[in-house]
Design a protein around this ligand. Structure first.
Ligand SMILES: [Zn+2]
Length: 394
């Protein structure tokens, strides 16, 4: 049994492979190279860059990427066949993930003649040895591993290790796990094998990041992630969430520079023609934006009252906006930000106008609108003062 809890976790980004398999997403060669270099510059350790068997254009991209990377390692994704290994020979990539379905359901549908477990183990032994003979390093990818008998998975790791693989990738292909099950599975795998153990999770239940962190807690040494969680169907575990969660919740630092993540996310969003959802964790435009009056009045005294993450760690800044839920503290702060002094009664008038405007327009109030409200409030306050003086004189 190996205990890897104190080793750094290796971040394997699959944006260029699983991410590109997201519906409708297609990266050009220059975009692929660009994203790969941005990931490398951000400190990502491994980049799963494509599928050699897809043909010449994909091979060209794999070559372009592997030639340019100086720190990160490029990985090619193959099926567990000698033909796929052959296709990778001219990809420039030296580390292959050789994937094979393992669940009864997938085997019946995808490899009908192979229902016996022995046949699967035989294929793994044969193809891994073949790839090793060609000079490749090998990760064995267990497709649909989460719906596979755990005893059989352990036999798969033995076959992979005996044939010379260095890693087993456990794929929760359909995103059916929860963190508790994931943790238990990785404890067992960890006790049974000395292979590197990687977790690849899908987000069908919105649990991909949670499951990835649970896998690490259970002993996974490698995590497979995608920028923004881009990937098949509901996507994968998000790079930015996983590396932040590792540090924040488990005290595990990866080599990834958190401050580089927003720019990488923008790049991937642009190349995939998918806008980043405003509320997306860490990289969404509103991830560090506050409106509610109760929150803002406390935040202005101590930001940690309502921020678990420090925006500056990600190269971002806190933003306080004025809207339907704003309070006096936020209005006073915003007016001071514009260099405008206001007493409590003016602030109360401005706040009423802010709330009414935001409710009517269904958006936040901008600086020029705020200024206009201030002028109107100050005029109203002045008129009220003049009225009071007239009443007093009368
Ligand atoms: Zn996947």
């Amino acid at each position: 049994m190996h205990d890897t809890r104190h080793l750094p976790i290796v971040i394997n980004d699959s944006t260029l492979r699983d991410g590109e398999q997201a519906p409708g997403v297609a990266f050009r060669l220059d975009e692929k190279v660009d994203i790969a270099l941005a990931l490398e510059a951000a400190g990502v350790d491994e980049i799963e860059a494509g599928v050699p068997a897809m043909g010449e254009a994909e091979l060209e991209a794999l070559r372009a990427i592997s030639e340019r990377l100086t720190q990160a390692r490029a990985i090619g994704w193959c099926r567990m066949t000698e033909a796929d290994v052959d296709a990778a020979r001219h990809s420039g990539v030296r580390l292959l993930n050789l994937s094979i379905p393992l669940s009864d359901r997938q085997l019946r549908a995808k490899l009908p003649g192979w229902s016996s477990p022995g046949r699967v183990l035989e294929q793994i032994g044969q193809v891994v040895r073949y790839a090793r003979g060609q000079g490749f390093e090998v990760s064995v990818g267990g497709e649909d591993a989460s719906r596979t008998d755990l005893d059989f998975l352990c036999r798969v790791t033995v076959a992979a290790e005996e044939a010379g693989a260095r890693r087993f990738r456990f794929a929760d292909t359909c995103g059916v796990l929860d963190p508790f099950a994931t943790y238990a599975i990785f404890r067992r795998l960890c006790a049974e094998t000395d292979l590197e153990l990687e977790f690849h999770g899908h987000d069908d239940l919105g649990l991909a990041t949670a499951n990835t962190l649970a896998a690490v807690r259970g002993g996974a040494t490698h995590v497979s992630v995608c920028v923004l969680g881009l990937g098949e169907r509901a996507g994968n575990a998000a790079l930015e969430e996983v590396v932040t969660g590792l540090g924040q919740l488990m005290g595990i630092e990866s080599r990834v520079n958190l401050a580089a993540l927003p720019a990488v996310a923008e790049r991937v969003a642009s190349a995939s023609c998918r806008a980043i959802p405003e509320g997306k964790a860490i990289v969404g435009s509103h991830a560090f934006t506050h409106e509610s009056g109760i929150h803002v009045s406390a935040l202005l005294r101590d930001p940690k009252t309502y921020e678990a993450l420090d925006p500056t760690a990600f190269g971002r800044t806190r933003r306080i906006v004025l809207g339907k839920h704003s309070g006096r503290a936020a209005v006073g702060d915003a007016l001071r930000g514009l260099g405008l002094a206001a007493d409590e009664s003016t602030i109360a008038l401005v706040l009423a106008m802010v709330r009414a405007h935001a409710s009517r327009m269904k958006r936040v109030v901008n600086a020029s609108e705020l200024y206009e409200f201030y002028v109107r409030a100050a005029q109203a306050a002045g008129a009220a003062t003049r009225d009071q003086a007239r009443v007093a004189r009368a």
